[in-house]
Design a protein around this ligand. Structure first.
Ligand SMILES: [Zn+2]
Ligand SMILES: [Zn+2]
Length: 225
């Protein structure tokens, strides 16, 4: 099997729970935010990007506080610059009246660029999906994908809705449909066993089917879609 390093990461992620693209994208965004907070805190382009975006989006901003250890100083440095800029650009009372004052503030509050972590995520997702499609004609890679929990619905849509080799896209789609057919069978089994008041432990793979169904429909909790 000949795999690029991205495809090898995917191959390894197939064996783990959840959508493999979500899993790798979550990891990559976490490392990106970690490096932004620690290593690039004094780099001007990081400051500019974050000021233009008016800060990280809600998901990534809370991720920084909750998941990046000892992030407080980095956040303080980056966001001091952000609020200084906001206050400057919002202006003060205008001689031209309240209407003008509000219009200027509204304009200043508007993001002028996307969240830099969202931009990073989109790039990573793009690379992962390209590599997934590129290698799906290799049987060993395809078999490992078939045994995974499958792409979540948002990532399946992104995979199919891109310019790529359509034969490979169709193979990916068939594999995903086989995974979802099994999921549907497992959910049905879960319902049947529940009726008989079996313990969850007796359910085997059907026992995890509700969690898998949620993840397959919306993707990983930690990933912004
Ligand atoms: Zn996903
Ligand atoms: Zn974001």
């Amino acid at each position: 099997m000949k795999l690029s390093s991205r495809a090898y990461n995917l191959y390894e992620a197939f064996a783990k729970p959840g959508c493999p693209v979500c899993r790798l994208a979550v990891d990559s965004v976490h490392h990106y935010l970690d490096s932004v907070i620690y290593e690039y805190v004094t780099k001007p382009h990081t400051h500019e990007g974050l000021r233009a975006a008016r800060g990280f989006c809600q998901q990534h901003a809370w991720h920084v506080i909750a998941e990046i250890n000892a992030s407080a100083l980095g956040v303080a440095v980056l966001y001091e610059g952000l609020f200084r800029t906001l206050l400057n650009e919002m202006g003060g009372e205008s001689k031209l009246g309240a209407k003008r004052q509000i219009a200027q503030a509204l304009n200043a509050l508007k993001p002028q660029a996307p969240c830099p972590a969202c931009t990073h995520q989109a790039t990573v997702e793009d690379h992962l999906l390209r590599n997934l499609i590129d290698h799906i004609d290799q049987d060993e890679f395809a078999d490992a994908f078939r045994r995974s929990e499958g792409l979540c619905l948002p990532h399946l849509r992104l995979a199919l809705d891109r310019r790529a080799d359509t034969d490979k896209q169709a193979r990916l789609l068939s594999l995903e449909q086989a995974i979802w057919q099994q999921l549907q069978v497992d959910l049905d089994e879960f319902i049947r066993l529940h009726d008989y008041r079996f313990e969850r432990e007796d359910m085997g793979v059907a026992g995890t089917s509700p969690r898998r169904a949620i993840e397959q429909s919306v993707g990983a909790r930690d990933l912004r879609h």
